[in-house]
Design a protein. Structure first.
Lengths: 336, 286
């Protein structure tokens, strides 16, 4: 009898311990997913606070067959004047496990633009996107956007007569994403990056203090008042010709800067005038610094008053073979 | 360079619609249309207000107050707000409040079979004479007060859209009061981004070639059309761009004037006239 009671008690205690461990784990993942940091993966708050899928494991548990490069990533963002951080329609995300990085700029004249921008960067960093699957990838993103918004709730609100318009006309955003890969069988090991761009969010590659690549825009006059955008309503997207692709080589020491258009325009204009805007940007070492920098540019009329985001990805040698591409301690990040 | 200011919460602008609600607006628009001129104008006005409002909606969050809006009407000896319901009596209203408080919302079937909600802000109630001078004088005062309100001096200038079918009945040569005088005073008002824009749309039952954004008045046979043309602002470059983007051919220095504009032309005219500079950010390319 005593043994039965003992057995039941031990079993009960073990069960409680297991439940506790499981609950805490889920809770932590839920909090991180809602807007915190998970080793190298910045979760920008999505349309739902609670994720639809839980990740199988966190990146800190994954020992990668490292490509031999490490990455230090940081980003800063300043919303336009009178806008709150929550209203900021720029989005940026980097996934160091997949070596994928993306930035997007939601068009403020569209509906649920920030949700769309965040969905695009998150999806880009999670999945392979190439010319062959771009159309399908976009179609699925449109479906995801549509399903994540509670249209029924909106339509029930008597003050909101425009719910149908929002659903029909949807959201629009630029997108700039790039991937770093090891060149297979290369001796010595070499690396390449490839990128896609829709619109005027830009990527700048800096090597040894010089700008080696500006994509998709490399001259100021190429900026347009009506850039291409990805729409969250599939029928409004034109064909793949509006997407630009490029690639290049990269190596340890290279720095990639990602910028939405307000900052990108300033950058290109400076560069065209013979300046080195990357030096100015890389000298900023805190969010406060960046804020001051942007507010000063705005006050001098050198950038438009718009959501302004900068991402910096610095490539370096891996600290040891097999270590993840960046881990806690090498990666600083904040959620937009 | 003028008319470059971005329309935003920091620098909101103002759109004011001025409607002729005199008795003649109850006449049919043309021999082929059974609708009254006033009904046609109200329909297109409400559609245009709806399009303007949609530009301020973002998602689940409240619409952004990018501009103040107003609709005033004149008839007999009255000049008053044409808005009803919760907005009754208000001359200029922030767009967020404007959007949320139409007089009523009706459901309509669109061409594609979809049902859409269509808000109505103003109903046509027409009678009596045409106190145009009194109305334009009041518009001048209203716009001047708006410009002087703190925070507005750097804004994209206010846009006034005046829709009328005929001549003023309250000219006063003794005091020099005339529609032209008040129009000139309205257009003389300015923010740092440029002069107030006054557009006139002449709805005429008489026969005559349709004119939209003409450069000269030679083609306008009606003397009142010629007067309204002269009262209208020259379109700023950004709006000329929009007009040409719409596929409309315009000459040099086109004016914000429409003569004998039918329903479709009036929609284009008002839509373009209210695009202004960039609202919020840039528009999506489709």
């Amino acid at each position: 009898m005593f043994l039965i009671v003992l057995w039941l008690t031990v079993g009960l205690l073990l069960s409680l311990a297991l439940v506790h461990w499981f609950t805490v784990r889920i809770f932590r993942l839920w909090v991180q997913r809602g807007g915190g940091v998970r080793d190298g993966v910045i979760r920008v708050s999505g349309i739902s606070a609670i994720p639809r899928e839980l990740p199988a494991k966190s990146s800190s548990d994954v020992v990668l067959d490292s490509i031999g490069l490490n990455a230090r990533c940081i980003h800063y963002s300043v919303p336009k004047e009178l806008s709150t951080t929550e209203e900021n329609a720029d989005a940026i995300e980097y996934n160091l496990e997949n070596q994928r990085f993306a930035i997007a700029d939601g068009v403020s004249g569209s509906f649920f633009a920030k949700e769309w921008a965040r969905l695009l960067v998150r999806s880009f960093t999670e999945r392979n996107v190439c010319p062959a699957n771009l159309r399908d990838w976009t179609r699925l993103r449109c479906k995801e956007w549509r399903e994540h918004i509670d249209w029924e709730e909106l339509e029930k609100n008597p003050e909101i007569w425009w719910a149908e318009e929002m659903k029909r006309n949807g959201a629009a955003s630029t997108l700039l994403g790039f991937v770093v890969e090891k060149v297979p069988l290369s001796r010595p090991t070499s690396y390449r990056w490839n990128a896609l761009a829709v619109g005027d969010s830009c990527l700048f590659q800096v090597r040894d203090g010089d700008l080696v690549h500006a994509f998709p825009i490399d001259r100021f006059e190429r900026f347009s008042n009506t850039p291409w955008v990805l729409c969250s309503v599939e029928e409004l997207n034109l064909d793949a010709a509006m997407t630009q692709w490029t690639e290049g080589d990269c190596r340890s020491g290279d720095v990639f800067l990602l910028a939405t258009d307000a900052l990108a325009k300033w950058f290109i204009e400076r560069k065209d005038a013979g300046g080195k805007p990357w030096v100015e940007l890389l000298s900023l070492d805190s969010e406060k610094d960046f804020q001051r920098f942007v507010l000063d540019l705005r006050a001098r009329g050198l950038v438009r008053d718009d959501d302004t985001t900068l991402g910096i990805v610095k490539l370096g040698e891996a600290t040891k073979a097999g270590s993840p591409m960046g881990h806690r301690g090498n990666t600083e990040s904040r959620t937009v | 360079m003028a008319y470059k200011q971005e329309i935003s919460r920091k620098n909101r602008t103002c759109f004011l619609f001025v409607l002729d609600h005199s008795g003649s607006m109850n006449d049919p628009w043309s021999a082929s249309a059974s609708a009254k001129k006033a009904d046609g104008v109200a329909e297109i006005l409400n559609k245009t207000l709806r399009q303007l409002c949609l530009r301020c909606a973002k998602g689940a969050e409240p619409p952004r107050d990018y501009f103040d809006m107003g609709v005033i009407a004149y008839r007999d000896s009255n000049v008053e707000s044409a808005l009803g319901g919760k907005l009754k009596g208000q001359m200029l209203v922030p767009v967020n409040e404007f959007m949320r408080n139409p007089l009523r919302v009706v459901e309509r079937k669109e061409a594609g079979g979809q049902t859409v909600k269509f808000p109505i802000w103003a109903d046509p109630v027409c009678s009596g004479k045409t106190p145009m001078c009194q109305a334009l004088k009041q518009v001048r005062d209203l716009i001047e007060t708006w410009i002087r309100t703190p925070g507005h001096i750097d804004s994209y200038p206010p846009t006034v859209v005046h829709i009328t079918d005929g001549e003023a009945t309250d000219n006063d040569p003794a005091t020099g009061s005339s529609p032209m005088k008040w129009a000139e005073e309205i257009r003389a008002l300015s923010t740092k981004d440029g002069n107030v824009l006054l557009f006139n749309c002449h709805i005429s039952s008489a026969a005559g070639a349709v004119a939209l954004f003409p450069s000269g008045q030679e083609e306008l046979a009606d003397e009142w059309a010629q007067l309204l043309f002269s009262m209208s602002s020259v379109l700023p470059d950004n709006l000329v761009y929009e007009v040409r983007n719409e596929g409309l051919q315009v000459g040099p220095q086109p004016r914000g004037f429409g003569f004998n504009a039918g329903f479709e032309q009036l929609v284009k005219f008002l839509d373009i006239g209210t695009r202004g500079s960039s609202i919020g950010a840039r528009t999506a390319s489709t």
